[in-house]
Design a protein around this ligand. Structure first.
Ligand code: ADP
Length: 268
């Protein structure tokens, strides 16, 4: 969309008529404010792990450390470096999604394969961060074929799954699946039994760096960019992201792919 609107207005001043060109800068200013906020956010997100990292470096330089402490410090330092790596990688993903044309019809991808892939991945993540691990299962796997960009779809699905794992207390149930909708579109949903999200936050979830629970996001390695990435992928495929949630009960995230990109059977 155009950030600048040029409007032509004919203003009658007395008997003479003047042609006035005004420039509506509100859209331009808004874009500039958003850009500035974004840079400020990125700087902050990088500065935090850097500060921790250099703190440890200084400590290690000034104190003779026991072997056990040394190992622990190095582990914590590696965590901060990892955090910066994830952030940079998410930023690159976002910028690639924003800067490239929407995927064409492409190949037909089996939704079931994508589902298997993200279920496996989520179980792996859960085994690492949750004790006991979550009960993660498919609750539907209809035969659905989708035309689009496979890596993008996988990354969107995997972001939704990893959020469910990261925000749901250990041991609880998470289910996911692909289903047809009546209008011919297809839906991938992830249903969790986590804390849920208050209604006022839902419209803002896909904003970059918007977090409901800042500390939980950080603790579990969140960048605050996951849902922004999901939104881009879905939009590029002509679809939408739906969210329903009930506080204390859980959330369901739905990725909807339009009928034009969906087939019910393999024609291979
Ligand atoms: P993050 O890296 O912080 O998880 P996201 O863009 O993926 O960033 O999500 C934005 C915010 O939405 C999260 O910080 C979290 O507060 C909230 N959120 C996302 N998924 C869930 C979920 N399944 N349950 C509860 N809150 C969630």
């Amino acid at each position: 969309s155009q950030p600048t609107r040029i409007s032509l207005q004919i203003h009658p001043y007395g008997k003479k008529r003047k042609l006035m060109i005004t420039r509506d800068v509100t859209a331009l200013q808004l874009a500039e404010t958003m850009r500035r906020d974004f840079v400020a956010n990125v700087s902050h997100e990088i500065r935090t792990p850097l500060t921790v990292l250099s703190g440890f470096v200084e400590t290690m330089q000034s104190l003779p450390l026991e072997e056990a402490d040394r190992t622990r410090y190095l582990g914590l330092m590696a965590q901060q470096a990892q955090r910066m790596q994830t952030l940079v990688s998410d930023l690159l993903t976002l910028s690639r999604l924003e800067g490239s044309p929407a995927p064409g019809a492409g190949e037909w991808i089996a939704a079931r394969e994508l589902l298997e892939h993200v279920l496996q991945e989520a179980r792996g993540l859960s085994a690492v961060i949750a004790d006991p691990p979550h009960d993660i299962a498919a609750d539907a796997d209809e035969e659905i074929w989708i035309s689009g960009a496979k890596t993008e779809l996988l990354s969107a699905m995997s972001n939704l799954m990893s959020n469910a794992v990261r925000y749901t207390p250990p041991g609880r149930k998470i289910s996911a699946g692909w289903t047809h909708r009546e209008d011919g579109s297809a839906e991938f949903h992830v249903r969790d039994t986590g804390p849920g999200i208050a209604a006022e936050h839902i419209p803002r979830l896909t904003e970059r760096f918007y977090r409901v629970d800042r500390s939980r996001s950080r603790e579990t390695g969140g960048t605050g960019l996951g849902l922004a990435i999901v939104k881009h992928v879905v939009q590029r495929h002509g679809g939408q992201l739906d969210v329903t949630s009930e506080l204390g009960k859980g959330s369901t995230f739905m990725l909807v792919i339009p009928a034009s990109r969906v087939r019910a059977r393999s024609r291979r």
